[in-house]
Design a protein around this ligand. Structure first.
Ligand SMILES: [Zn+2]
Length: 89
């Protein structure tokens, strides 16, 4: 089965969309996308290293075409999401 592929904004690798964590923007801050949410999104592998790489490359501002702050709330939520992915698989 093949599905749509998306590019991780951290490592720039293309992966099947279900393998990536979708991100959205809320009031200028990067957040995990809510299920079913629409609009501009960005994708990261379920790897904290990819979040770090994306931050260093200012990839979020590019992906969202504007200011996109990465704060502690998002980092904590993303790391938790990574842990949950690993438990499921
Ligand atoms: Zn990645």
């Amino acid at each position: 089965m093949t599905g749509p592929e998306r590019t991780c904004v951290g490592c720039r690798r293309q992966r099947p969309q279900p393998d990536l964590i979708r991100l959205g923007l809320e009031a200028g801050r990067v957040r995990l996308a809510r299920p079913g949410s629409t609009g501009r999104g960005a994708y990261l592998c379920a790897e904290p290293a990819c979040l770090e790489a994306a931050g260093k490359r200012r990839a979020f501002a590019r992906a969202f075409r504007g200011p996109a702050a990465v704060d502690d709330v998002f980092v904590a939520a993303f790391v938790q999401a990574c842990v949950e992915r690993k438990v499921v698989r």
